[in-house]
Design a protein around this ligand. Structure first.
Ligand code: FAD
Length: 437
């Protein structure tokens, strides 16, 4: 009886899972394994919101595996050591894992390779649609600008979507740990897991996406980001299914998934971009902890910014347009270091993702891949455009419910109780308050 291990990382699903598929076709029995690695916690990445969501994902994955005759083994400890130990315990002849893009994933892979040698099989088209490095511009190891990347990405071949296994045999008698979740979580987190992800995907209408994706009050984007982050859904399956619709909604949605791949290929090539400026613009960031705290707590005096920050605290999620506005306000209007904002987002976002979060922050801050690094998203103009009736702001700031229509975006004209704007409204959009250019 041959045995293989499917090491789950950011691919917590049965459908379209190349790792599980390869493990199943290479041996008679498969050990589905997830390792809770304290190094992730030590790096500050296991924020309570994501940890709670992850616990849901693992419970759901275990239930689905039990439905096909298997079960999930959870181990706690160093990922490479625990995997090698389980391989020795079960006599596994192969270990399958998805390629990751973070520095942590690279190091894990190197250590796994050292311990398992050619028993390790790394599958690269699992976390992204097009694997990092598969398409490159002439003479470079990755694309630095989205538009040419997008063109090449659209033309790149995609692998065939794999079905979920109907049966899986797993050796008996393997001990499993439980995942311990602690710390306060946001009150309105979405449920984690592949079952919830597929239900959300079935309910959501991609056709309307092109028209509504920037409408803050409509709140009608897919909200699939946490499921994509943990791999409860395969991006390849989403793209393949969305393109069957062949309308502007599907095209716009698929384009966002190309952005996701774009950031992943940047981080894979430059893992240090998680912390360091991708493009050094010689920034001398302003330091003001009171302003940073007002931003974190949603007390900037700009309701459109404050509403976004309240949504983040309550749901562990924020609408993309609100992420752009709040991030631009921190980095361009307050001219505070993007790392302050990125760290706060990562402490709460249920979809918090090193590639997408750090590189979107860098894009907004102008240290990343934006070809117009000095653009400023004027929060008032953004509010008038993307929340024209003020409904999004009133939803998150009930204390302003008495201000009708767009007047809610400028409470200083009508209301003495709301915090005074921490940046003079006359200086929004014209220039950085303290620095570049
Ligand atoms: P949809 O609009 O339905 O898009 C579908 C999917 O495409 C998303 O689920 C996501 O996987 C991907 N996507 C959409 N926009 C982007 C983008 N700009 N970059 C990369 N992928 C994208 N996304 C994260 O998944 N994790 C993060 O930590 C994260 N941090 C961000 C920080 C800032 C400052 C900004 C401006 C954006 C950030 N994003 C992040 C990107 C984007 O805001 C979210 O992916 C999106 O809002 C999630 O909602 P949705 O699933 O409804 O997206």
């Amino acid at each position: 009886m041959t045995v293989s291990i499917a090491l789950f990382t950011q691919d917590l699903r049965l459908h379209d899972n190349p790792v599980l598929h390869a493990a199943r076709t290479s041996a008679d029995q498969v050990v589905p394994l997830f390792i809770s690695d304290p190094a992730v916690e030590a790096a500050g990445f296991a924020a309570p919101n994501r940890h709670a969501f992850l616990a849901d994902c693992l419970t759901d994955l275990d239930a689905s595996l039990r439905g096909i005759g298997s079960r999930l083994t959870v181990r706690r400890g160093d990922a490479a050591e625990q995997t090698a130990r389980l391989a020795a315990e079960t006599g596994a002849g192969s270990v399958h894992v998805a390629a990751g893009v973070t520095g942590f994933a690279h190091r894990r892979e190197v250590r796994l390779r050292k311990l398992l040698d050619d028993r390790l099989h790394v599958h690269d088209a699992s976390v992204t649609v097009v694997p990092p490095g598969r398409i490159t511009p002439a003479g470079r190891d990755h694309y630095t600008v989205f538009t040419p990347y997008h063109r090449a990405w659209q033309a790149a071949p995609r692998r065939t979507v794999l079905g979920a296994p109907r049966a899986l045999r797993t050796p008996d008698g393997i001990g499993s740990d439980t995942l311990v979740v602690d710390g306060p979580t946001s009150p309105a987190l979405p449920p984690g897991g592949e079952t919830a992800a597929r239900a959300r995907w079935r309910r959501w209408d991609v056709d309307a996406y092109a028209d509504v994706h920037d409408d803050l009050a409509a709140d009608d984007t897919s909200r699939l980001s946490p499921y994509l982050h943990f791999g409860c859904l395969s991006p390849t399956e989403l793209v393949t299914r969305a393109l069957r619709h062949d309308g502007p909604g599907a095209q716009a949605f698929v384009r966002q998934l190309a952005w996701r791949d774009f950031h992943h290929q940047v981080l894979a090539a430059r893992p240090d971009a998680a912390r360091r400026d991708y493009h050094d613009r010689d920034d001398r960031w302003h330091h003001d902890e009171d302003e940073a705290q007002a931003w974190r707590q949603g007390r900037t005096g700009y309701p459109i910014v404050d509403a976004g920050m309240r949504q983040l605290a309550h749901e562990g999620w924020m609408h993309n347009r609100a992420r752009l506005i709040t991030a631009s306000f921190l980095t361009k209007n307050l001219y505070l270091d993007w790392r302050i904002g990125a760290a706060h987002f990562l402490s709460l976002l249920v979809d918090g993702d090193v590639a997408n979060n750090q590189l979107n922050w860098q894009w907004v801050a102008g240290t990343g891949t934006d070809t117009r690094p000095n653009r400023i998203l004027n929060p008032l103009r953004q509010a008038d455009r993307y929340d024209p009736d003020g409904a999004y702001v009133r939803r998150w700031l009930p204390e302003l419910a008495h201000l009708a229509g767009p007047s809610v975006h400028r409470p200083w004209l009508f209301d003495g109780d709301y915090p005074v704007p921490i940046v003079d409204p006359d200086f929004l959009g014209d220039r950085f308050r303290h620095g570049r250019p």
